[in-house]
Design a protein around this ligand. Structure first.
Ligand SMILES: Cc1ncc(C[n+]2csc(CCOP(=O)(O)OP(=O)(O)O)c2C)c(N)n1
Ligand SMILES: [Mg+2]
Length: 518
């Protein structure tokens, strides 16, 4: 017999979850008695930072990350980024402390009422085991559920007195969960694709999740298919400098239908396609465009408003498609006319992104949360390799800054560039302290426009004369960084920007550049 803690540590070690992201409290500490030397504890100074870092780390390492939160209040702080992790399909095993079993009837201090309901519906599975000795098995189950596509967070609430109880060691076992897809359905897609007159591929985040990047390039080239990025794709699924890449779809029903109208067949990979940000009417797809979806997430398949769908691992499904019939002879689509390079006096977010593209170290990783700068990023900062771009799939702000820390921790020695709006950066600004503590080579670039520009834009969309609560003119990010032990610079004007970026990109410690855009 061993302790619940030993059995849990033993399991975590077996599956490679030796980095624990947390913010501790009295109801968690016994989990860390005799904390093993081959484990590390990554401290986040607020639980949304903890969750965001774990999300970035899990995505970067392609394995579930273990998170430990303080009972109800800590889980509460983490919920926004838990929602994002759910939408990102990031595998996480979230544990939270609970008060000791013997005093639960008296609603003790820091007790979590209905602990397993609190994080729902943004966890795939949640449990507070009925007996202490069931805790390791619950954590093992949480791991396997988190890792089964569609991946996502799971939750285990653990009473504080459980860790020192005894139990059996868990059996060593593996769970294989990749689904190759229904062969008949995939053959139907392959046949339709071969016979299409003008096919298009829509590249979604699932391509990166399933590492199917090379297969998508091969499929697009084989079929001379136009490739569009899916709306708000949280990861890049196709090289954006490839001649077949034609641009980005907006999260807008009418624009999607219009942009895809020239094609007689649209194959959405790792979608969703029909992701709408504002209400619009009209058809989801032009008449005469046949739609197919292959995705790792059965939810996308079930609610897609049009088209036939196959739920599958993208890499396996594309292997089937690539073995399909040869396509009709057809010309390659006309290439995307990218906007002209900027060289006027205006000091804008677009110029910043152009300079990042020009000066960034080769192979650096972009993590983005700068809402109104998205379009400029699409135009000027092409993502050209697998796993070199991360953003949140949910639209919930406060993910990008800590996610950048987690990505950097998961990809040691690689440069991470976090492009953050000034409003966005403030939701989890304590993440800078973790970056300093971990000495990670991250360049935090703050697009300082002094406002929530995306919301002001939406205000105009709704015809508001003035959009209240959208200005933040007095924030000083150089001071906010310095207060957490990070060196920072301010840049205004092109020469100063180039110098600051070169300094930040060359640093092997975290740095911040506040860019005062017009
Ligand atoms: C948690 C959360 N709160 C509020 C919002 C609404 N929201 C969307 S964009 C935005 C503004 C973000 O400001 P900033 O990062 O400065 O980017 P900008 O709009 O200026 O480009 C806000 C508040 C959100 N998406 N998520
Ligand atoms: Mg802003």
């Amino acid at each position: 017999m061993i302790t619940v803690r030993e059995a849990t540590i033993d399991f975590l070690r077996r599956v490679g979850m030796t980095t624990v992201f947390g913010n501790p409290g009295s109801t968690e500490l016994p989990m860390f008695r005799d904390f093993p030397d081959d484990f590390r504890y990554v401290l986040g100074l607020q639980e949304s930072v903890v969750l965001g870092m774990a999300d970035g780390f899990a995505q970067a390492t392609r394995n579930a990350a273990i998170v430990n939160l303080h009972s109800a209040a800590g889980v509460g702080h983490a919920l926004g980024n838990l929602f994002t992790a759910y939408k990102n399909q990031t595998p996480l095993v979230v544990t939270a402390g609970q008060q000791a079993r013997a005093i639960l009837p008296f609603e003790p201090f820091l007790f979590a009422d209905r602990a397993t309901e609190f994080p729902r519906p943004y966890v795939k599975w949640a449990a507070e085991p009925a007996r202490a000795e069931d805790v390791p098995a619950a954590i093992a189950r949480a791991y396997h559920v988190a890792m089964e596509p569609p991946c996502g967070p799971t939750f285990v609430s653990v009473p504080v007195d459980d860790w020192d109880r005894t139990c059996d060691r868990l059996p060593d076992r593996r769970v294989a969960a990749r689904n190759p897809g229904d062969p008949d359905a995939l053959h139907a897609v392959a046949a339709a694709l071969a016979n299409a007159r003008a096919p298009a591929i829509v590249a979604g985040a699932g391509i990166a999740r399933d590492r199917a990047w090379d297969e998508v390039v091969e499929l697009a080239e084989r079929h001379h298919a136009a490739v569009w990025a899916a709306p708000f794709a949280a990861r890049s699924g196709f090289p954006e400098d490839h001649p077949l890449f034609l641009g980005f779809l907006d999260a807008a029903r009418e624009a999607i239908a219009r942009k895809l109208a020239p094609y007689d067949l649209v194959l959405v990979l790792g979608g969703p396609l029909s992701l709408y940000h504002a209400e619009e009417t009209g058809p989801h797809m032009a008449e005469g465009t046949r739609l197919f979806l292959i995705a790792d997430n059965p939810a996308f398949a079930s609610w897609a408003p049009a088209g036939d769908a196959v739920v599958a691992d993208l890499k396996l499904a594309l292997t089937t498609l690539l073995a399909g019939p040869a396509p009709l002879a057809r010309d390659a689509p006309a290439p995307w006319q990218r906007p002209e390079p900027l060289d006027g006096p205006a000091f804008t977010d677009a110029l910043l992104l152009q300079e990042v593209a020009r000066l960034r170290p080769k192979g650096s990783i972009i993590v983005e949360e700068a809402p109104s700068s998205r379009g400029a990023m699409h135009d000027r900062l092409p993502i050209v390799s697998l796993d070199s771009f991360y953003t949140c799939a949910s639209g919930g702000l406060g993910h990008g800054l800590p996610a950048a820390v987690g990505v950097a921790l998961g990809r040691p020695g690689e440069k991470v560039i976090a492009i953050l709006g000034d409003g966005s950066a403030m939701y989890a600004i304590q993440g800078l302290a973790s970056a300093v503590e971990l000495a990670l080579p991250i360049s935090f670039l703050i697009v300082k426009n002094g406002r929530y520009e995306a919301l002001q834009g939406f205000g105009r969309h709704f015809g508001l004369q003035r959009t209240v609560g959208t200005v933040l003119p007095r924030l000083d990010f150089v001071a906010l960084a310095a207060g957490q032990g990070m060196t920072a610079r301010r840049a205004q004007g092109k020469a100063e920007l180039a110098e600051a970026l070169a300094w930040s990109f060359a640093a092997d410690a975290p740095t911040l550049v506040e860019v005062l855009v017009d």
